[in-house]
Design a protein around this ligand. Sequence first.
Ligand SMILES: CC(C)(COP(=O)(O)OP(=O)(O)OC[C@H]1O[C@@H](n2cnc3c(N)ncnc32)[C@H](O)[C@@H]1OP(=O)(O)O)[C@@H](O)C(=O)NCCC(=O)NCCS
Length: 170
Amino acid sequence: MIKFLKYSSAPRHIKNYIEPIAAKEFSVYPLVAETQWVTPHWIALSYHDDEIVTFCNIVEREIFIDDKMYKAAGLNNLVTPEKFRGNGYGTKLVIEFKNFIFNKINCDLGLLLCSDNLVPFYEKLGWYLVDCPVHYWQPQGIKLWQANTMLLNPDSSIQPGRIHLNGLPW
Ligand SMILES: CC(C)(COP(=O)(O)OP(=O)(O)OC[C@H]1O[C@@H](n2cnc3c(N)ncnc32)[C@H](O)[C@@H]1OP(=O)(O)O)[C@@H](O)C(=O)NCCC(=O)NCCS
């Protein structure tokens, strides 16, 4: 069973469970540790036998691609705790993310930032790499993203020349 909860009203015990797991996974990367990240709008939770087996965050944001505004859904902090990995839970959640963003919250596209090793995982699920500058806000000013950016849109028709996330990254 997969649930989508508004981040602002998600129970504290759920945040207390997932946030340290995500922090442990990602804070080892210097780029992640030194970046200020946005607070998400949604938490997606996948359950098996009442246990959370995978989770991710979703950000809703109007971004700019080649100066045109799009309603983007950002996917971040996708984690399957180690003992549950390799059972297809991550794949299933990313598929449900797609249904949710296009059918429930009416986004134009999905966007995620990731490291090289995860690119094949997302490519299998219909995401594609973009090869263009991606800018985002930080307290010090506008920054250029230094790792991969992937998009998801129904016919892969958006081929950006430049992207501005129009806020903190996810
Ligand atoms: C990536 C992750 C969410 C996958 O979850 P999962 O429930 O094990 O996913 P699935 O069982 O659906 O699929 C596993 C697939 O992901 C691939 N995969 C998982 N982690 C990977 C990694 N670090 N590098 C490369 N491939 C990886 C596996 O090889 C497998 O591929 P296959 O289907 O071709 O065999 C999980 O490994 C995880 O939490 N990793 C640490 C956090 C992370 O990197 N999250 C992604 C942020 S962008």
